[in-house]
Design a protein around this ligand. Sequence first.
Ligand code: PLP
Length: 373
Amino acid sequence: MRQAVYLDYNATAPVRPQAADAVARALATVGNPSSVHGFGRAARRLMEDARERVAALVGARPDEVIFTSGGTEANALALGGTRAARVLVSAVEHDSVLRNAPKAEVLPVDRDGVVDLAALADRLARGAGGTILLSLMLANNETGVVQPVAEAAALARRHGALVHCDAVQAAGKIPVDMRALGVDLMTLSAHKLGGPQGCGALVLRDGIELAPLLKGGGQERGRRAGTENVPGLAGFGAAAEAAAADLAKGAAGCVAALRDRLEVGVRSIAPHAVVHGAGAPRLPNTSCIGLRGVAAETQMMSLDLTGVAVSSGAACSSGKVRASHVLAAMGLAPEEAGSAIRVSLGWRSTAKDVDGFLAAWGSLARRQGSAAA
Ligand code: PLP
């Protein structure tokens, strides 16, 4: 079924036309980027152009970019490859961080989902018999809440700790500068910013040791074996460049205006609706909306029937309904967390999309007796 209104950019953004063109052009060429002949060199050029564009998006150098199969692999590489003696994570990290650091010490967050810096300082002060790694996301996938990464990184550095930042949801939506943030490793994913699915990167500051997860080839300077996905990476580079150009033109402000229109509309339909995380700095594109008494799945499926696509909880994986660990960490009771949907906008969103959502959500809220009289 054709979705008339797509508001699930945090799951996957629509592919930007520049990215689709770059993928098509790369598919029309032949050559393995590790081959020394002319065909191979042409494929390598495509890939190195992409590396430059991805690096530029986050203020890094091209030789710091290790291409991966996506954000999940980059997070696994960061957490597994640094071989830290202790790992600290926030309670609202993506599962691809939490599951790859099962012994991590978990830092609490406040009611808005912002990490507790005093708890971080306390943990850092306990020392370690080796390297400490802090893994803190830049923006949360469910709420859009932006973490104080620069402050946390400054604290961590004072204790000689390494800092990894999962910037999958932030890159391309807000300006990101790896050096200004003071982080050592950063995770990116192409499909969250208008590139193809199945491509990502771990950006690794010079001089940081990293053991590969995938062995058996010298690609990516020995950090990630396997022939690179050249067409996908060409698309990633083009998407990164287009996202950077949009940001320079003020795209974040335009998306924020649409998000604000949506939240004002939601509150006028149902004054008791809650926007989770609204007390903290947030991405311009994400609203996590709670409508008490109406299950998120009911909302999502009812919206889907009218062609409006949103998510419930962390619906990233497998379509299974699972309680959100993010909302639970923010102190929400299960029934509150279970009535929250995520609406996420992006480069192709329009006021018509927002109004389409509001019309569909408004009639659902009225049917459920949850709208203003
Ligand atoms: N990190 C965050 C914050 C995410 O939101 C996601 C995906 O939703 C990932 C990592 C995983 O990225 P990928 O889908 O490229 O594996």
